[in-house]
Design a protein around this ligand. Structure first.
Ligand code: ADP
Ligand code: MG
Length: 683
């Protein structure tokens, strides 16, 4: 086999394997295991050492052992919850095999009366008899006794025997791929090849050997492949020549001088970075990253203004209509009156919408605000020069690329995110973009006071709220997530709403997952206009919306949230100059570990620091639901534990970029590990 066909074998359908039928492939596909390569990452959890084979009389209790027995009687009680039992023996004694939740047919099939069978598992003793509950592996073939045998997590409904059979088959046939790494890199991993590394990975005695070279090499492969794809996209975008914008900084200054605050140093710095990109003759593809409330909007609106002044149109997209409207209102306030500013909203009737579309296509509108609706196919711009996308941390690299393509060559792209993540993750997720970071918050901010309270002290909280309302402030009340069930979330929010309504009859309003979009906008607008004092909600209120008058947030069952998420929720208050408070409610006293976590939040208001700590405590996949978002799911690599590998990959990518190295040798790596659709036209 040449190199090309060998890696292709790894991408083959599972059905080419022996012993894998439709049933097994269906089960595996449910687990997102679609081809042979995917199966390589199904790793053993533990193993049974079958070399510890024994006679019944020598069995040791509590230890995994293997024994060859002859079944001679079944006992299938018809009583619920009583296990099925098979009486077995060898020449030295008796042993019962016990089966919970197994069909009689299954038991009879694997333990046929009178046949010599080898069983294995943890030995117990009950009423003076040895017993083996749900024997882990059963074989008539005693030649298997001498092997160590992997134990897999079996939630998928596939037996261990099948897993072992499939995976051994793959490992036996594992192709030798031509090395893709440079000598220098390979040296760092003791020159272990990909093929050998995979073999080591599946050896039972290597379970959990994260520090060994084979593991490090495979983790590095993943990271490097991701970075390489990012780098290629980046290079491609950088090659795009555009008509540069010409800025009139005097006009920009006029707007800045009219603001009722002064820009922070970081706002000035990031604005300059963006302006430089706008003026350059290559396309901008930039991320503006900054914690909640760091003041990204004004920076983006200033760059939009500069773009408009160069004779281009701008599109600003927000995740919700209410946020789009807020940006729109701010633009109307700060821009000169002669600009043509519009909002595409769901409320517009057909005629109004048509009018906007018409004016966009004839450049009679300078800047348009809206949700994703502004990127529908029927929306045509005459001369789009900048796309601004706010709060879309769930945008994967594919979606970004598509958006960037849609704007056309002359269109710059600016993404904004308030999701502070550690650098290793930023490199992974946004490596295709240039990055501007706002660290510093506006100086008028007072830190949000964060307290924890037990649920049974709710009366204290009510007292506190009454006081705040009296001072003219507003309150968010976030209801718990119960076991991730939307239905229950919604009922708990309703209950709390009814409870609070008894105390504050005319001041409470409610939002939950089932509230209709239109209704939701109305409620939020009323809350913004101070018609209600308390907004009870599940976690559906998105980040980004500015509620200057709300200064208190109460978060129930706070231990259900990750620290970063709590920090984001907390960021809904404390955006103005007011003293603000966040009260975290707990059902019961906190464990030591939980206290540690909450203290991180109480002592810091720095989202980057909090997310880093959060990741150390919970693993990277869990923070802010990145795992669900499907942005990047490493199989082995870990942005906290493998920082050195991330840095090594970053350095190597820079070297490759600078030396203009031919990357076609990485094609198998990229094809196997990454987003093949992006890479099709690369190598
Ligand atoms: P985010 O970065 O979360 O999008 P916003 O842009 O919504 O933050 O800004 C949050 C609030 O801070 C807004 O009310 C905005 O007017 C205000 N703000 C922005 N920059 C400054 C500044 N330099 N000084 C004081 N307030 C500011
Ligand atoms: Mg924002």
């Amino acid at each position: 086999m040449n190199n090309k066909s060998t890696y292709k074998y790894l991408l083959s359908d599972l059905s080419i394997l022996k012993g894998v039928g439709v049933k097994t492939t269906t089960l595996l596909k449910k687990k997102k295991i679609n081809n042979i390569f995917d199966l390589l990452w199904k790793l053993p959890k533990s193993y049974t050492d079958r070399t510890l084979s024994s006679k019944i009389k020598d069995l040791r209790i509590g230890i995994n052992q293997t024994v060859t027995i002859i079944p001679h009687k079944y006992s299938f009680p018809r009583v619920k919850n009583l296990p099925n039992r098979v009486l077995c023996s060898d020449e030295t004694g008796e042993l019962d095999c016990i089966f919970f939740n197994s069909y009689e047919g299954y038991v009879k099939k694997i333990l046929p009366i009178g046949k010599e069978i080898t069983v294995s598992g943890k030995i117990g003793r009950f009423r003076d008899k040895y017993q083996l509950t749900n024997p882990k592996y059963i074989s008539e073939d005693s030649s298997l006794i001498k092997q160590k045998h992997n134990t897999y997590s079996l939630t998928d409904g596939i037996t261990e025997k099948v897993y072992n059979k499939i995976i051994n088959q793959i490992i036996d046939k594992l192709p030798v791929l031509r090395e893709w790494h440079s000598k220098n890199i390979l040296n760092k991993f003791d020159n272990i090849s990909w093929n050998d590394s995979i073999k080591e990975l599946h050896k039972p005695e290597n379970i959990g050997n994260y520090k060994k070279q084979f593991y490090q090499r495979l983790a590095y492969d993943e990271i490097f492949s991701t970075f390489l794809v990012n780098s290629e996209i980046r290079k491609k975008i950088k090659k795009i020549k555009k008509k540069n914008k010409i800025l009139d900084l005097k006009k920009q200054k006029k707007i800045i001088n009219n603001l009722n605050f002064t820009l922070t140093n970081d706002q000035i710095k990031t604005l300059k970075e963006i302006n430089t990109d706008l003026c350059s003759s290559t396309k901008m593809f930039r991320l503006l990253q900054g914690d909640v409330g760091s003041g990204k909007t004004i920076v983006s609106l200033l760059s939009a203004f500069n773009t408009i002044h160069s004779g281009f149109q701008v599109a600003v997209m927000a995740p919700t209509e209410i946020l789009a409207r807020q940006h729109f209102n701010l633009a109307k306030k700060i821009y000169p009156k002669d600009l043509n500013i519009k909002l595409i909203s769901g409320k517009l009737d057909y005629k109004e919408k048509k009018d906007i579309l018409n004016k966009l296509s004839t450049h009679k509108i300078d800047i348009i605000f809206g949700t994703h609706a502004i990127f529908q196919n029927k929306v045509i711009f005459k001369k789009l020069g900048l796309i601004i996308i706010d709060e879309q941390h769930k945008f994967g690299v594919n979606q970004r690329k598509r958006l960037s393509d849609k704007g056309g060559d002359d269109c710059d792209v600016l993404l904004m995110t308030a999701t502070p993540i550690p650098r290793t993750l930023t490199m992974t997720m946004y490596g295709d973009m240039d990055i501007s970071i706002i660290c510093e918050k506006p100086t008028n901010r007072k830190p949000i006071k964060t307290y924890s309270k037990l649920e049974n002290k709710i009366d204290d909280i009510i007292k506190f709220i009454k006081k705040e309302i009296k001072s003219g402030n507003q309150i968010f009340w976030v209801c718990p997530l119960i076991e991730e069930s939307k239905k229950l979330d919604h009922s708990s929010a309703i209950k709390k709403f009814e409870y609070l309504k008894k105390i504050f009859p005319n001041d409470v309003t409610l939002l939950h997952g089932k509230t209709k979009m239109e209704e939701k906008e109305k409620i939020l607008n009323k809350f913004l206009n101070n018609e209600f004092k308390i907004l009870v909600s599940t976690t559906i209120i998105e980040v980004g919306i500015d509620f200057p008058n709300a200064n208190t947030i109460i978060i129930e069952n706070a231990n259900k949230f990750g620290l970063s998420q709590l920090h984001q929720l907390r960021g809904r208050v404390g955006r103005g100059a007011k003293e603000s408070t966040c009260i975290l409610m707990f059902k019961s006293n906190l464990s030591e570990n939980a206290k540690k976590r909450i203290n991180i939040l109480k002592n810091s208001n720095d989202g980057f620091k909090i997310s880093e700590e959060d990741m150390k405590l919970r693993g990277f996949g869990d923070i802010l639901g990145f795992k669900q978002s499907g942005i990047k799911n490493f199989k082995l690599a870990d942005p906290i534990h493998n920082i050195d590998l991330f840095l090594l990959a970053e350095k190597e990518i820079k070297r490759i970029e600078n030396s203009n190295e031919d990357i076609s040798k990485f094609k198998p790596l990229i094809k196997l590990y990454d987003r093949a659709d992006i890479i099709n036209d690369i190598a």
